[in-house]
Design a protein around this ligand. Structure first.
Ligand SMILES: Cc1cc2nc3c(=O)[nH]c(=O)nc-3n(C[C@H](O)[C@H](O)[C@H](O)COP(=O)(O)OP(=O)(O)OC[C@H]3O[C@@H](n4cnc5c(N)ncnc54)[C@H](O)[C@@H]3O)c2cc1C
Length: 378
């Protein structure tokens, strides 16, 4: 029996690795014709790194990425408002948090899958299920049959649309620009992720290796970000922030800046139907405000492979998977949405109040909330 994974993103690749380690035959179908070196980084938090440690990939990621020991929210002038000290969590969970180039992570994951078939340029167009098999059709006119399908095909999942009606993608009305650049910044930022909150916009930056910095910038928009930010000079848009921000943006090649609108998926009543199961953004896409979308996909990948190896009845395995993973994944989606609203306040009094509350809130509260995020309940 071969398990078919649709989508070779972080979720799909991690699932394939975990399933392979449990002795399953796996195959992947991926829409893109080639894996490109996308100009963005990713933060792998302590929960995801625990999973990668269990899968034996931790050391490769730690070596190729950049270690982060604190996450700091600041005002627009880089004055700290709140800090999460990750060292305590490192000691508790025996792993470090890492920021890494997405393409580097992809390469590390792909290396573990050199012996399994990965079919590129295979964009799924439809999926139908009979009592014994699942029929897959691709945009290039080819077809394939399988007995178990994992839909790891992202927030706009075709697999999800084939098994469920009325799922809802929620638009957060925030646009995000992302870039990677080589620039010398003060040494104190070497192991920190800093995120500056301003008025209706914010900016974050973190090292992803010795030389490169990954940054992201978000801003509110009213109805059409393409029109509202047409021809925007991004470094000028952030002139009210600390001067370092303008320098970081200006040092980045413009054609390497990615632009996306932020969205999530309204929590689904179920993640599976018969022998088809969703995983990662196709099941629990979240806004990126907690930096947890991929981390949650990684957790799901590990749990799903465990459930399938422990339970012969596939549908029961999928039910067990949901029972273990759903509560936390949904909490991440909800919390992240709320943080996005607070981070993007536009009202001056509201911002002053927010910043004051953040400054006086004991660090222990934020540390405790974060602890739940990093704990694995399996
Ligand atoms: C601005 C931003 C910053 C983020 N930062 C972080 C962070 O720091 N930490 C973190 O943990 N998460 C972060 N995330 C979230 C993270 O990127 C996603 O949650 C994660 O990539 C989801 O992985 P996935 O494999 O489920 O889906 P995807 O990454 O979307 O992968 C889906 C794959 O399926 C393929 N595919 C799509 N449709 C089809 C089809 N019809 N047929 C075949 N293949 C198909 C796609 O080409 C793709 O390869 C961020 C997200 C954004 C937008």
């Amino acid at each position: 029996m071969t398990i078919t994974v649709i989508g070779a993103g972080i979720g799909g690749l991690t699932t394939a690795i975990a399933l392979k380690q449990k002795g399953f035959d796996v195959e992947i179908f991926e829409a893109t014709p080639e894996f490109k070196k996308a100009g963005s980084g990713i933060n792998l938090a302590i929960n995801a790194m625990q999973v990668y440690k269990r899968l034996g990939i931790y050391d490769d990621i730690l070596q190729a990425g950049s270690y982060t020991n604190s996450m700091i929210i600041t005002d627009k002038n880089l004055k700290p408002l709140s800090k999460i000290d990750l060292i305590k969590f490192e000691e508790k969970f025996d792993v470090r948090s890492v920021a890494i180039h997405r393409a580097t992570l992809h390469k590390i994951l792909l290396k573990r899958l050199s012996d399994i078939p990965i079919h590129l340029n295979k964009k799924l167009s439809s999926l139908t299920q009979s009592s014994t098999k699942i029929n897959l059709s691709f945009e290039d006119g080819t077809t394939h049959t399988s007995t178990i399908v994992i839909g790891a095909d992202g927030i706009h999942s075709v697999v999800r649309q084939a098994i469920f009606d009325n799922t809802k993608i929620r638009i957060a009305k925030q646009v995000c620009w992302r870039g990677i650049t080589k620039i010398n910044i003060p040494q104190k930022y070497k192991t920190e992720l800093n995120e500056l909150w301003g008025k209706g916009k914010r900016f974050g930056f973190v090292h992803i290796n010795q030389d490169e910095i990954y940054w992201y910038a978000l801003a509110n928009y009213k109805s059409n970000y393409k029109k509202e930010f047409k021809n925007i000079e991004l470094s000028k848009f952030y002139t009210d922030f600390h001067p370092l921000i303008g320098k970081i943006i200006s040092s980045t090649a413009k054609n390497n800046i990615l632009t996306n609108e932020m969205a999530d998926l309204k929590p689904l009543p179920s993640w599976h139907f018969k022998n088809v199961c969703l995983l990662g953004d196709s099941a629990h896409a979240t806004t990126p405000n907690l930096g947890q979308g991929a981390c949650q996909a990684i957790e799901s990948a590990y749990v799903l492979s465990n459930c399938l190896s422990q339970e012969k009845e596939v549908e029961t395995a999928f039910e067990n998977f949901e029972a273990i993973r759903k509560k936390k994944a949904v909490k991440v989606v909800d919390t992240s949405w709320k943080i996005g609203e607070i981070a993007h306040l536009e009202n001056t009094i509201g911002i002053a109040l927010r910043n004051f509350v953040m400054k006086v809130t004991p660090g222990a509260i934020a540390q405790k909330q974060t602890s739940h995020l990093f704990e694995l309940n399996y």
